[in-house]
Design a protein around this ligand. Sequence first.
Ligand code: T5A
Length: 220
Amino acid sequence: MSTRVPARAGKFITLEGIEGAGKSTLAQFMSAWLGRHGFTVRLTREPGGTPLAERVRQIVLERGAEPVSPLTETLLMFAARALHVQNVIRPALARGEWVVCDRFTDATRAYQGSGRGVDAALIDALALAVHGDLKPDCTLLLDLPVRVGLARARTRQGATADRFEAETVGFFEKVREGYLALARREPQRLRIIDAAAPLSEVEQRIAQALGELQAREGRA
Ligand code: T5A
């Protein structure tokens, strides 16, 4: 009798959006919701999610004197992601856990691709090398006007903005448009959530999306 364990049994859910969209807040909400519904959840984030990847995060976010080119930024994001996929995401999925990840490769497509102008084909090639056929089962895109997101992020961050938070409104407009273009391209995977709505409403919509994903899983 075969005792083959499925290579991948859990679900991989990502949260995306510009600064201040509410990703960290809602990742906590999702983790609690899934826990209440009987799932084992691994809550994680990018860049970061492992001790070494968190060190790469510090490098890529800090505002130092030395210039960091868009290509270098892209490579650092994928270096952190390679550690994260190998050491956290794939093992958790193989154990049957639901992985809730605050940002993944869509962030590289939106920030480095649409925002900084890095070639989409290069990002695709790096994504293939780093995570192969691993893709989120569902991506919740928290969409809101840039100025609303930045105002929220500024209340939270206090005086110290990181290298991205110090960017212009024009940069974040390009990032937002990049995300919306990804959602148009893959409407089955990326679900747009109006993140300008009051938190309780956003939570309701997220619970609905999770419920649908769970029901789909039940039917599979
Ligand atoms: N990056 C990342 C790339 O460029 N490429 C990549 O490949 C990856 C992975 C770090 C940076 O790295 C870049 C993008 C980022 O610039 P991060 O840690 O995810 O990424 O950082 P931020 O997006 O900067 O995180 P923020 O904390 O700013 O945004 P969140 O997590 O979206 O927002 P959150 O939950 O902290 O909420 C902000 C405030 O708004 C309130 C919250 O209570 C909080 O005070 N809030 C609401 N208020 C009213 N109504 C609602 N609906 C609200 N939702 C939240």
